[in-house]
Ligand binder design. Structure first.
Ligand SMILES: Cc1ncc(COP(=O)(O)O)c(C=O)c1O
Length: 387
């Protein structure tokens, strides 16, 4: 009998895995319209690709500093100062990571002890809770409410604070709801964190993907106690490059670096060169992608409401979050039926936490004609369900 660690067993008990669902999709490849996976449908912009090709050809294929290349950290420091008015020292307040996935793990492992509680705002990205459990801490879930367009209430977070609370983890612009946190709500969270001396871990991977609203970087409001996680996967269509970053005061980055240097050592050098090119030359491509997502967002959100799936206007990321609970099926049953009968893949909301049940997430990083066809197919199912 093989021994499986209790940490991993605890993760396995956390909730329904999406793996069987994606296995079905794989067997139907070609016929299915996917609004499922949260990944840009654009190729990485050519200026960014070119930098990586050049890196490879120039033999730039070695390890870098554990913190990441200093030129990239300098460019990132300038970039964040320009966008959000918060400045991190390139020398010791920025770590280049293997995606936000790694940044999240090193942040949690860097600041949490077994027995600590961390408040996790849900619905949320599927890795948050397993990552907390793997770090040995206890996630305490707080639901953002649909009537607030999923911007969490500081008072709801306050009600979950106990003497064991160490940190709050939140991700806005949000996956899966598309919510963006208004600045005054973030200020309420900051005041709470100051009152209880809590660390804020803010996953801002979708920071550039906002539509008609402004993203507020939490680090700009509470620099001394915030770990900002950011990345290139979504903003620059670089999911497969595996590159991201964590920014925080040096006392926190030093703790994270301890984990990073023994787990990953550094992100790949060609990917770091590509990220540098993204910051220096990628702005036009970002703006173009944002314009395209915005058009699709409007078509999808309006279309979903029209066919009878109530959907709040998403202000960020590239997701809509629609209620299906009135159709007499669970979100998992609806998604399964939609896939089998109409060949449209969406993600059941319960994958993103208990408060997501009764909803489905659609990703509009998909061509417009596919979005329109998916809407027609969804309308057929909704009609058959008698709504
Ligand atoms: C909110 C959120 N955080 C982090 C990640 C992981 O990003 P990365 O590709 O940088 O590891 C994702 C990916 O879907 C995400 O949606």
């Amino acid at each position: 009998m093989q021994h499986i660690s209790r940490r991993v067993q605890a993760c396995a008990c956390l909730g329904p895995s999406l793996r069987p669902f994606f296995d079905i999709i794989a067997t139907m490849a070609g016929e299915v319209i996917s609004l499922g996976i949260g990944e840009p449908d654009f190729a990485t912009p050519t200026v960014i690709q070119a930098a990586a090709i050049q890196a490879l050809q120039a033999g730039r294929t070695s390890y870098t500093s554990n913190y990441g290349m200093i030129e990239l950290r300098q460019a990132l420091s300038e970039h964040l100062a320009r966008l959000y008015g918060v400045r991190y020292a390139p020398q010791d307040e920025i770590i280049i990571t293997v995606g936000v996935s790694e940044a999240l793990v090193i942040a949690l492992m860097g600041v949490l002890d077994p027995g600590d509680e961390i408040i996790v705002v849900e619905p949320c990205f599927t890795s948050y809770v397993p990552d907390v459990v793997l770090a040995g801490a206890t996630p305490v879930m707080v639901a953002a409410r649909p009537e607030d367009d999923f911007a969490v209430r500081p008072a709801d977070v306050a009600a979950a604070v106990t003497p064991r609370t160490r940190a709050i983890l939140l991700g806005y612009p949000n996956n899966p709801t598309g919510a963006v946190m208004p600045r005054d709500r973030l200020e309420g969270i900051v005041a709470l964190a100051q009152r209880h001396d809590l660390i804020l871990i803010s996953d801002e991977i979708y920071d550039r993907l906002v539509y008609g609203v402004t993203h507020t970087c939490l680090g700009a409001l509470a620099r001394e106690r915030t770990i900002v996680l950011g990345g290139f996967s979504k903003d620059y269509a670089m999911t497969g490059w595996r590159i991201g970053y964590a920014c925080a005061p040096a006392v926190l980055t030093e703790a994270m670096l301890r984990v990073h240097e023994c787990f990953l050592m550094c992100a790949s050098m060609p990917a770091q060169d590509a990220a540098l090119a993204a910051l220096r030359e990628g702005e036009e491509a970002v703006q173009q992608m944002v314009r395209t997502y915005d058009q699709r967002r409007q078509v999808l959100a309006c279309g979903l409401n029209e066919i009878g799936l109530p959907t709040a206007e998403p202000k960020g990321a590239f997701y809509t979050f629609s209620r299906v609970s009135h159709l007499g099926l669970t979100d998992i049953e609806f998604a399964d039926k939609l896939l089998r009968e109409e060949k449209v893949a969406v993600v059941p909301g319960s994958a993103f936490g208990q408060s997501g049940s009764g909803y489905i997430r659609c990703c509009y990083a998909q061509k417009m004609d596919q979005i329109e066809a998916a809407l027609d197919r969804m309308a057929s199912l909704v009609r058959r369900l008698g709504a």
